[in-house]
Design a protein around this ligand. Structure first.
Ligand SMILES: [Zn+2]
Length: 272
């Protein structure tokens, strides 16, 4: 079998930004080594198959990276073009949730229909946003764009489990945000789950601990079980912010080393 068979997908993880000075206390509640550095990388994803291309999240706007202290490494739309997918022609963009580091390049997909959990839209426009703790990773100008897409007929607000294409489905888990979802993708090595921010680091799943940016801790930990139901093994789970991802998976192309890796291919053994 190859990744181009119908219902089988190649998955590119695009590492577009990093924060090399982030410390563990910002990532884990009551960590035993709170001052230790644990770098945070930022990824979005591109699925390519016989049915076309599907984008999963769009990265962060460069001006916002500077404000939050992150270093931009690449522009996701540029990387997608280098991988042979023209952003302007993409017809489907899955939004796993609406935090600013996932919404920043939506303008680059003018032909796309966006897909989002109905519960995420209700959350970002509802009473929980009165609290800074819950709204701090959202950017109002970007949320307004998604309201615009909704009224332009370009945003589908679906229920908890939704079939996107043959071999691609999305599943509500909540936890990190009220409408956080994961993406299940059929690949030549089996069912891979893009956990998005349901898992920031591989050690969350290994240790069974929550991430510090959280709406509902019970849902966040229940998500670990749901992800394991959906993925063929823990090595089929791809997390959203861990520098290990780009180290464990093979580069998509030599000129994109450290930027784009193929997570539909087997990883090297976990070192977490
Ligand atoms: Zn997030």
């Amino acid at each position: 079998m190859t990744g181009k068979d119908h219902g089988l997908w190649e998955i590119h993880a695009i590492r577009y930004a990093t924060n090399a000075v982030r410390t563990r206390n910002l990532n884990f509640i009551k960590d035993t080594d709170p001052g230790a550095v644990l770098a945070m990388d930022f990824y979005c994803w591109l699925l390519v198959g016989e049915q076309g291309a599907i984008v999963v999240d769009t990265g962060m706007a460069p001006q916002k990276a500077a404000r939050f202290g992150h270093e931009i490494l690449a522009s996701p739309p540029d990387v997608m073009a280098k991988l042979g997918v023209e952003p302007a022609a993409v017809e489907t963009v899955i939004m796993t949730h609406l935090h600013y580091d996932h919404t920043g390049h939506s303008d680059h997909f003018p032909a796309a229909r966006f897909l989002l959990q109905a519960e995420e839209m209700a959350y970002v426009a509802g009473p929980h946003m009165e609290r800074a703790m819950f709204r701090h990773a959202y950017e109002a100008d970007e949320l307004q764009k998604f309201l615009g897409y909704l009224h332009a007929g370009r945003l589908h607000l679906h229920g908890r489990d939704f079939q996107v294409a043959d071999g691609v489905s999305v599943h509500w888990v909540g936890g990190h945000t009220a409408g956080q979802e994961v993406v299940r993708v059929r690949t030549s090595r089996g069912w891979v789950v893009l956990a998005s921010d349901a898992l920031h680091y591989e050690e969350e799943l290994i240790r069974g601990v929550p991430f510090a940016v959280v709406f509902n801790i019970a849902d966040m930990l229940a998500a670990h079980d749901r992800i394991r139901e959906l993925a063929d093994s823990d090595d089929h789970v791809v997390v959203a912010h861990d520098p290990l991802v780009v180290k464990r998976y093979p580069s998509a192309r030599d000129d994109l080393a450290g930027i784009a890796v193929r997570v539909d291919l087997p990883p090297s053994p976990s070192v977490a």
